[in-house]
Design a protein around this ligand. Structure first.
Ligand code: PSU
Ligand code: MN
Length: 294
């Protein structure tokens, strides 16, 4: 594992650091929007006073905190794989390059000593055919703050929420009582806890750690100007049926569905995705700062 010198120095001096994932760069957004977004997220974290650490696998090496050149290289690498937990070792051994998912970024960020991680939407449960993201298991066993806009809209939200609760992931609605639904700010599903500020989120995380709870604190940040929930569900339904018809599954499923709903929405979901990612990066930086100041 190689840490960017700026990141390791920030960690040693207890400054605020925010981890960023890279599957959204390699598989989540079309080129060249992906590179633009990746740069913007890093800039957003910096503007809020924290150090960004984008994580990826580059030619078999785990890199925590990409340089500007490395960020460009991974964004332009069309052969980059998608690294979850179950292929991470093989990708490293075989010298491959890959974007890291929420599951692998959570794992690697924690190993590097980073306490806060920002993403767009987390993976979860797809009902038919059954598919469950490794994001859920990893969030259940790694004590880190993850800021997201909710489970991705392509998922079964009720089932995903149920799994998060069973697995003991701490769920913190950010100024909301209901589960945010990624492209849409709200869903019908109530959350067990709510926080009103970065400081309150930081305190809830610290309390969970002090108790020795093993899992993540998932801060659920509703998108500011989101899309209509029912409308997104219709696009998702159509994309899901197409995936089933085409026999698309495994790690190709999430990227396929995200691309299809982007096409069906005329790009509206990509636009929403960019906005929520930026909002989450900002909030994550504020929480990371609150953790250093407490
Ligand atoms: N959120 C986005 N775009 C993405 C993802 C999340 O806005 O591309 C990625 C994340 O890296 C997440 C992954 O961990 O999709 C989930 O994939 P799977 O369902 O195969 O675990
Ligand atoms: Mn899967």
């Amino acid at each position: 594992m190689r840490l960017h010198p700026e990141v390791s120095q920030a960690l040693q001096t207890h400054r605020a650091v925010v981890a960023l994932e890279s599957t959204v760069i390699t598989h989540g957004l079309p080129r060249p929007l992906n590179l633009e977004l990746a740069r913007k997220l890093e800039a957003t974290v910096r503007e809020a006073g924290a150090i960004p650490a984008t994580i990826a696998i580059l030619k078999g090496q785990v890199v925590v905190g990409l340089t500007a050149e490395e960020l460009e290289a991974i964004a332009n690498d069309e052969s980059a794989d998608k690294a979850s937990l179950w292929n991470l070792g093989a990708l490293v051994a075989q010298g491959k390059s890959a974007g890291t998912t929420v599951a692998s970024t959570t794992f690697l960020a924690h190993r590097a000593g980073i306490q806060v991680f920002a993403t767009g939407g987390i993976g979860g449960v797809h009902p038919h055919p059954y598919d469950e993201s490794a994001d859920l298991l990893e969030l259940s066993r790694t004590p880190i703050v993850v800021v997201s806009a909710g489970p991705k809209s392509i998922l079964d939200l009720a089932a995903t929420l149920e799994r998060l609760e069973s697995l003991g992931v701490a769920l913190l609605g950010y100024k909301t009582n209901h589960l945010p639904a990624f492209h849409s700010p709200s869903s019908p599903y109530p959350l067990p806890a709510r926080v009103e500020s970065p400081l309150e989120a930081a305190r809830a995380y610290k309390a969970a750690r002090a108790l020795g709870l093993p899992g993540a604190s998932l801060v659920l940040n509703p998108i500011s100007k989101g899309l209509d929930f029912a409308q997104v569900q219709r696009w998702v339904e159509q994309a899901t049926q197409e995936a089933a018809r085409l026999g698309i599954g495994g790690k190709a499923l999430t990227p396929f569905l995200l691309r299809r709903i982007s096409e069906l929405s005329g790009g509206q979901t990509d636009e929403a995705n960019l906005r929520l990612l930026e909002e989450n990066a900002r909030l994550a930086a504020q929480i990371a700062l609150a953790l250093t100041q407490e």
